[in-house]
Ligand binder design. Structure first.
Ligand code: ZN
Length: 98
């Protein structure tokens, strides 16, 4: 997967950035989405695969917020994993040479 520098969700354009020491309170995070400043943060220290999975997870949060779906965190986690596996199992689905 190519993690892009920007992701558009309806009229919002999220900038994707990496950051060390990503925390929420005392807990270290893999990623975080900021709806107001339109940023998706990924923890620099996580593996490439973890970054990809986290990136999808944060996008689902972004979709949930934009389209008022009302997902719970557990549902976002499960959808994120499901999408990640779907993309791995069907690598050409969103490829450029379709
Ligand atoms: Zn989450």
């Amino acid at each position: 997967m190519n993690i892009p520098e920007k992701v558009k969700i309806l009229y919002k354009e999220y900038t994707v950035e990496e950051q060390e020491n990503l925390h929420d309170g005392g807990k270290e995070l893999y990623g975080q989405i900021h709806y107001l400043s339109e940023k998706i943060m990924l923890n620099t220290n996580s593996s490439d695969k973890q970054k990809e999975a986290t990136f999808l997870h944060e996008i689902i949060h972004g979709l949930d917020e934009m389209y008022c779906i009302g997902l719970k965190e557990k549902q976002v986690e499960k959808l994120g994993t499901a999408l990640y596996i779907l993309l791995q199992d069907n690598p050409k689905m969103f490829g450029e040479n379709l």
